[in-house]
Ligand binder design. Structure first.
Ligand SMILES: [Ca+2]
Ligand SMILES: [Ca+2]
Length: 164
């Protein structure tokens, strides 16, 4: 399932985007999560749980507490495909994000073990991490056919010694 989550301030373009976790085609419904009850749900977890593929979850400004919410800096770090990977010591960052292993089921049960929140491209394992799960990128896949093999090595060797 791919769900686009954004902060409501981003929609109003009043302030810079502060919580854009992922971007997908917006063909689904828009689900509003507002801590004060003015939206469809009061917890982010409920909003994500109600979303289906292509839905957009808009998170209203505010402080979210209670089960299913974390009120802490997610410690985003940049990676191959964006700026919203989670800081993780296993990936070489100095600290673990509070979103690591903070989900409500296993990554495998949710089908997210083939995607990643880590900047080093290791798939999510164990309890699912909160946040956007990027596709795993094979950086050596020079012909972009989704595997790294002899064809990619041939491309590399054919370009060996090239300088700009
Ligand atoms: Ca995990
Ligand atoms: Ca390849």
């Amino acid at each position: 399932m791919r769900v686009h989550i954004r902060n409501s301030r981003a929609a109003a373009l009043v302030l810079p985007v502060v919580l854009t976790i992922g971007v997908v085609g917006a063909y689904g419904d828009t689900i509003y999560v507002c801590w004060d009850g003015s939206g469809d749900y009061v917890t982010i977890q409920e909003g994500i749980g109600a979303a289906t593929d292509g839905d957009e979850v808009v998170v209203c400004d505010g402080v979210y507490t209670g089960e299913g919410n974390i009120d802490a800096d997610p410690l985003f770090v940049a990676g191959f495909l964006g700026d919203y990977y989670l800081s993780q010591t296993a990936a070489g960052q100095p600290a673990d994000s509070p979103c690591v292993n903070a989900g409500s089921d296993t990554a495998e049960n949710l089908g997210l073990d083939t995607r990643t929140t880590r900047s080093d491209q290791v798939g999510d394992a164990g309890i699912v991490d909160m946040g956007y799960h990027y596709p795993i990128v094979c950086v050596g896949d020079l012909d972009a056919d989704n595997d790294t093999d002899q064809a990619d090595l041939g491309i590399l060797l054919g370009d060996w010694g090239c300088t700009n």
